[in-house]
Design a protein around this ligand. Structure first.
Ligand code: PEP
Length: 252
């Protein structure tokens, strides 16, 4: 069986000033015990990337961005390219978060362009997929997840298991306090792994699939114990070291 290093990432969304972000990053850096098994990444807002990179320098905690645009540079007011994110010290880039799909018009096609650009810049995408409450109620979860994964990947074929991370985030569980049960999540993660096998071949065994949606220290242990849940993408709880650090610990 392939060993996959657990991966816990904190998505700060549109939170934290520079000073607050530096303090939070420092607290997580100092509180995340060395010798832990889990890889850890923080995704602050763009404005705090460079400052948080400074706080994380010399530690093994990675920097992540919350989104990007696919062009390298040019007249794209408000946009940030993967090359700029690499320059700011990022290692990972979240693409296709449901909030980007909901509020900013991201589609499977634009997610694919972002994913392609992220990989071309030498960064690793965290591809978010997941169904809405209505889609789950209509029994369309697996169909939606297949469409988003297939559309997001397109013809991309990462050749190493560490070149791609997938985050399964049921939209109804994000920021709502509702969490998929470990069994519900494992069913979808197992399905995602089978899709990765179908699309990418044996490399699928090494690709980390994170769960996201109201992860807390209370539910992290049982979620992370599932065979196809390889980590967590954490929103709200990543803003508080007293919640985020125990989640990191739960991953070993
Ligand atoms: C997220 O933003 O990816 C997320 C899962 O948020 P929360 O943990 O707050 O549900």
């Amino acid at each position: 069986m392939t060993e996959r290093q657990p991966f816990i990432a904190g998505n700060w969304k549109m939170h934290k000033t520079l000073a607050e972000g530096k303090t939070l990053a420092r607290n997580i850096r100092d509180g995340a015990a060395p010798g832990r098994r889990a890889e850890v990444a923080l995704a602050p807002p763009y404005t705090a990337l460079a400052a948080v990179a400074q706080e994380l320098a010399g530690s093994d905690i990675r920097l992540a961005a919350q989104d990007t645009f696919w062009e390298k540079q040019g007249a794209y007011t408000g946009a940030i390219s993967p090359a700029m994110l690499a320059d700011a010290g990022c290692h990972y880039v979240i693409v296709g978060h449901s909030e980007r799909r909901q509020h900013f018009g991201d589609t499977d096609a634009t997610v694919n362009r972002k994913l392609t650009a992220v990989i071309a810049a030498g960064l690793i995408p965290i591809l978010c997929i997941g169904e809405t409450q209505a889609e789950r109620a209509a029994d369309q979860t697996l169909q939606v997840v297949r469409r988003q994964l297939e559309g997001g990947l397109g013809t991309l074929k990462p050749t190493t298991g560490t070149g791609l991370v997938v985050a399964y985030e049921p939209v109804w569980a994000i920021g709502t306090g509702l969490t998929a049960t470990p069994e519900q999540a494992q069913t979808v993660h197992h399905f995602i792994r089978s899709l990765l096998r179908e699309f990418l071949g044996p490399v699928a065994e090494a690709i980390r699939i994170q769960y996201g949606g109201s992860v807390t220290p209370d539910n992290a242990v049982t979620l992370l114990a599932q065979p196809d849940i390889d980590g967590a993408l954490v929103g709200g709880a990543s803003l508080k070291p007293e919640l985020f650090l125990p989640i990191i610990k739960a991953a070993g």
